[in-house]
Design a protein around this ligand. Sequence first.
Ligand SMILES: [Zn+2]
Ligand SMILES: [Zn+2]
Length: 381
Amino acid sequence: MYCKKCKDPGSLTIRKEHVYCLNCFMTNINHKFRACIGKNKILSSSEKVLVCLTGGQSSTVLLDLINNGLLQDNHKKLRISPVFLHLTGFGEKEMDHKVAELVINQCNSYKFSVYIVNINKFYFQKSNTLPDVNSLSETTTDCELKTKLQNVLSKMTPTSSNDIETKIKHDTFRRVAKECQCNFIFTAETTTTLAVNLLSNLAIGRGSQVEHDIGFLDNRDEIKILRPMKDITEEELHHYIQIKNLTHLSNVKIKENSLQSVIKNFVWDLQENFPATVSTVCKTADKIGTIEKTNITCLVCKSCLALKNEKLTAIEATNFSRTVSNFQPGQYLNNEPIKSSAECDTSMFPFINKYFCYCCSKNYLESGHQNLNLFKDISLS
Ligand SMILES: [Zn+2]
Ligand SMILES: [Zn+2]
């Protein structure tokens, strides 16, 4: 078995078919990362970028890739000025603390500093003050605050709870970025995670938002989210971590018994047995654009709201199955009018297409009409 690049003896096989030597493998991963940023030509020289870390595998590799890039000389140098962030307040206190400690150590080993920010404090109290860098003071969560987030999320289905947690995180990233004067954010989603997110998006009614949730660039807000790891798979991450002997630890979990967890198992299984399929899923997503756009955006996720005459949307499907399931035995579809999204029931979908997109409206209903700070600036009447 010889390396496909240099024809030296190879030592690892990717996707059950591509053989690499360690050297060419590492070069290839660094190249994928740099090519992703380079070909999109969106960052200007020495742009300040908020890099969001979790302590997990992809975050650990992202940190290492950034460090490699900054160490290159002249024309190969990665010209960004990174600011590092790690959010706490999701998991159990002890674990939270352990992960934060690891992230600080990871950053210190590259001589970087990191802000450890508690999501409950930053998000709910809207305290826009960042703690000192490398300080663990914010890992101890105020009990009352913690209850607030957990309480609301526990009322919702695991699927919606996963969805809303992601939106809260992204909103927090943006707020921290603003505080640090960063116009760009890096997150560490891999091809595999993005394939899970793509299928989940379709399943929960965020199909029209795929372009922003799965592509390289999310520019729904003035502060833009970039995903420079999008062409790297979990399999490659795993090898990278092993080769460089990097330590990682994470408490980021998606809730069980949710659509997202079922889809995750499906994608991971697919990756194991049909390894080429996962990247095909994402490449397909890259080709999906939004057809027509309105100027009105959802207050939570900032996506464009649906046009009144849109067909084949999640809401059309919901209305259809609702109409059909209310039929008496022997009753047929022939004469039954199916409501369009324009005239749908607003008790079932509060503020739909007025303030919220389909999925955010559903979340709002499920949260018991709670103002999660997400649903800001609306007089709820
Ligand atoms: Zn080689
Ligand atoms: Zn929305």
